[in-house]
Write a protein that binds this ligand. Structure first.
Ligand code: ATP
Ligand code: MG
Length: 475
């Protein structure tokens, strides 16, 4: 490698200028330093940097293009733009380096080169980065909670419909709000259980206090107890060292919405019952009980009475929750309310998307009325959203929905046509049927696996497991 011949001012002037300003102070504490001239050629390397660059002598780098030595270097960009890159992570030979890059200017302010400093290796910073990621997560959780708390809650006006079943449901819910009794909401997925629970809370004397929603099905069995009752300080080592409040405590003075209560692990049902009866909680690892004042609204889409018969749900807890039983009708039983419900959803979709409010033709409504809506209003909402996205005109017609809705005729045909050129084994037919059931549910919920699992009354874990296995075996 020929020795680089510095021009009259190039190498020297650049280096001196850097020394004059900041370089001498920084270079000493840095893991590496490199400087280039205006044409991107290396004019200086600190010898501490050499091992990282895979070099043994400074002269092996001098005069070479910066990218030859540091392939991902952005030094040339700094020279070209005159803008520093104050903090960046540079990947070099499998290592991650924290670097800073600054232009070097002559007395007249013209860029004559750039200097790059390696401040540290990221692996030294790992504990710091881990902490950063952890804080970022905590912040996100806090923001989400804040958002949930501030979001205007549903009121009874949001529960649309005037068919007898809906009016009866609304009447009971309003009474529940006044009386403050424990309520069990029972309805298929997407029928508005969460909506009504919020409305009941809003119209009760507790409306100024928290509405805390816990989806029992979404919590792993092993964490349910901690989630509900909290953890005393010092009960575990590690993250929970400081202890954590349970949802019962957080809902103190307000309403606790126990969604998917049927999924409550049986061994914790007695503890929950005791907490509700005594209005006391005992956090894990604590031997003290704390008083709470919580109103409970529970929801289920499965038949809890049957679960009690099967022994999957404790009868005493069932009776404690079922003080007022409110059934929410499925959408297919309220088809007369379809236009009003669609209106409300289209208003919502337009407001959220900041788009023009779509309209529907009467034949479009008629087309929707022919469908069974296993996912109820939530499914309707998904279908309308898709139709709005796909529509060019903003007027939704029957044809717009024909392409979105699963076609019942097609499903029927599948059943009678000899679609297979050989007789399948029983196991194959069964797998085919299972997979189709799962995929139909996915289609009905717009691809939302959680909802699809609920529709089929499967646990989420079972749903995913079956889906993965069946899809795999189809390949
Ligand atoms: N009668 C209704 N009028 C207006 N909107 C409704 C009605 N029923 C449900 N919705 C809307 O449908 C969506 C689903 O409702 P919600 O989440 O309350 O259902 P859910 O019964 O809790 O379902 P899941 O059992 O799947 O949790 C929400 O956007 C809700 O606002
Ligand atoms: Mg719900």
């Amino acid at each position: 490698m020929p020795q680089y011949q510095a021009g009259q001012w190039n190498a020297d002037a650049i280096f001196r200028r850097a020394m004059d300003t900041f370089f001498d102070r920084l270079a000493g504490v840095c893991e590496g330093a490199v400087a280039i001239d205006r044409r991107g050629r290396i004019v200086y390397v600190h010898d501490r940097y050499l091992p990282t660059l895979g070099l043994t002598r400074v002269d092996q780098a001098l005069g070479r293009d910066i990218e030859e030595v540091i392939p991902n270097s952005l030094m040339r960009r700094v020279v070209e733009t005159g803008e520093p890159i104050l903090l960046d992570i540079l990947e070099l030979g499998g290592q991650h380096l924290v670097v800073t890059r600054m232009p070097i200017e002559d007395e007249a302010g013209a860029v004559i080169g750039a200097i790059g400093l390696v401040l540290d290796r990221v692996d030294h910073l790992n504990p710091l980065l881990a902490k950063f990621v952890q804080l970022e997560h905590a912040l996100r959780d806090a923001r989400r909670q804040l958002f949930e708390q501030r979001r205007p809650r549903h009121t009874f006006d949001d529960y649309i419909g005037s068919c007898p079943a809906i009016l009866e449901t609304k009447r009971l819910a309003m009474r529940a709000a006044r009386q403050g009794v424990t309520v069990l909401l029972h309805g298929e997925t997407g029928t508005g259980k969460e909506l009504l629970a919020q409305a009941i809370h809003e119209h009760s004397t507790r409306s100024g206090r928290p509405f805390v929603s816990v989806n029992v099905a979404a919590i792993p069995d092993t964490l349910v107890e901690a989630e509900f009752f909290g953890v005393a300080a010092g009960a575990y080592t590690g993250a929970d060292r400081k202890g954590r409040e349970g949802k019962l405590k957080i809902a103190d003075g307000g309403t606790l919405f126990l969604d998917e209560i049927g999924e409550m692990p049986i061994h914790l049902q007695a503890k929950l019952l005791r907490a509700l009866q005594e209005q006391e909680v005992e956090p894990i690892g604590s031997n003290k009980v704390t008083k709470v004042d919580v109103r409970v609204i529970a929801a289920t889409n499965s038949d809890l009475a049957r679960a009690v018969e099967r022994g999957a749900f404790r009868s005493d807890l069932y009776y404690r929750l079922n003080v007022m039983h409110i059934a929410l009708p499925p959408l297919r039983d309220c088809l007369a309310d379809l236009p009003a419900i669609c209106d409300k959803q289209l208003d919502d979709i337009a407001a959220r998307g900041g788009i023009l409010r779509a309209r529907m033709t009467p034949s479009a409504i008629a087309e929707l009325a022919r469908y069974r809506w296993p996912g109820n209003v939530r499914e309707l909402r998904n279908v309308l959203e898709r139709a709005v996205i796909l529509s060019d005109t903003g007027v939704l017609t029957k044809a717009d929905f024909a392409v979105i809705l699963p076609q019942p005729q097609a499903a029927g045909r599948r059943g009678i046509e000899p679609a297979f050129d050989r007789l399948r084994t029983y196991a194959e037919a069964e797998a085919e049927f299972e997979l189709r059931t799962l995929e139909d549910a996915l289609a009905a919920t717009g691809g939302q696996a959680d909802e699809a699992a609920r529709l089929l009354e499967l646990s989420r874990a079972t749903f995913y497991k079956k889906l993965a296995r069946l899809r795999q075996s189809r390949k």
